[in-house]
Write a protein that binds this ligand. Structure first.
Ligand code: SAM
Length: 222
């Protein structure tokens, strides 16, 4: 499904339907659902739910070992990626965003409480706020982020937050779309200083959620 004006987005993960309410009229981008989060969630679902007897799974050895792992999502917005990954076994996840987006995030967590069968943790996090970063209690095995690279000014803080939060052996899972050439250039310049970058081949994305302009990256500390 592409980004849509529909007030409610349906996201099926396994047999479970998440129903995510969005408000495109708000002044905060986080109150909308962005395609990167759906692409990221469905990529993980595709490889995690693959039967072991099916074709070889390039992500089985380390990336998709979710049980008992700690995760944090940056710029969670309405929460589609974090909720989906929680359903897929990444249950110890904290969804973060700026304060004005919290009501939309919390509303969606409450709306999906029966499907999630648990209360997911949330925290206000501005990427440049060291106290908030510290309070999260790094290191995390997984840092999740979808469609968070669009403002050049925020990029250095974003990369620093990723670096501070992810464990030395951890993984940043990034749903990515080019939104601003300046932010794009700076993000990859800074990210490549800290992380080795693996781009998921497009044919590894979920076939129903593989848009030409959207990518998934796996970042690991160098
Ligand atoms: C385009 S939205 C993506 C939302 C969600 N991940 C999705 O894909 O539907 C970008 C998100 O990053 C958050 N964000 C932007 N700058 C931020 C900052 N400096 N600190 C924390 N969050 C930030 C926004 O509030 C917003 O929720």
């Amino acid at each position: 499904m592409r980004f849509t004006d529909s007030p409610v987005i349906d996201l099926q993960i396994g047999d479970t339907h998440l129903s995510i309410e969005q408000d495109n009229a708000s002044m905060h981008v986080g109150t909308s659902v962005w395609p990167c989060s759906l692409v990221l969630a469905k990529f993980v679902e595709r490889w995690l739910l693959l039967s072991p007897s099916a074709s070889p799974n390039p992500y089985s050895s380390s990336l998709l070992l979710f049980p008992n792992k700690r995760a944090v999502e940056l710029g969670a917005g309405c929460g589609p990626a974090g909720m989906a990954l929680s359903l897929l076994g990444l249950s110890n996840i904290t969804l973060t965003d700026i304060a004005p987006v919290m009501p939309a995030l919390k509303r969606n967590l409450k709306r999906n409480r029966p499907a999630l069968q648990r209360n997911l943790k949330t925290a206000v996090l501005y990427w440049n706020n060291h106290k908030q970063l510290e309070a999260l209690g790094a290191p995390f095995d997984f840092v999740i982020a979808a469609d968070v690279v669009y403002l050049e000014d925020g990029v250095p803080h974003l990369v620093s937050a990723m670096e501070a939060l992810v464990a030395p052996s951890g993984v940043v899972l990034l749903g990515y779309q080019l939104r601003s050439p300046e932010a794009h250039q700076l993000f990859w310049e800074l990210a490549e200083r800290v992380f080795s970058v693996e781009k998921v081949p497009h044919e590894h994305l979920h076939p129903d959620y593989a848009y030409e302009e959207t990518d998934v990256y796996i970042l690991r500390k160098k």
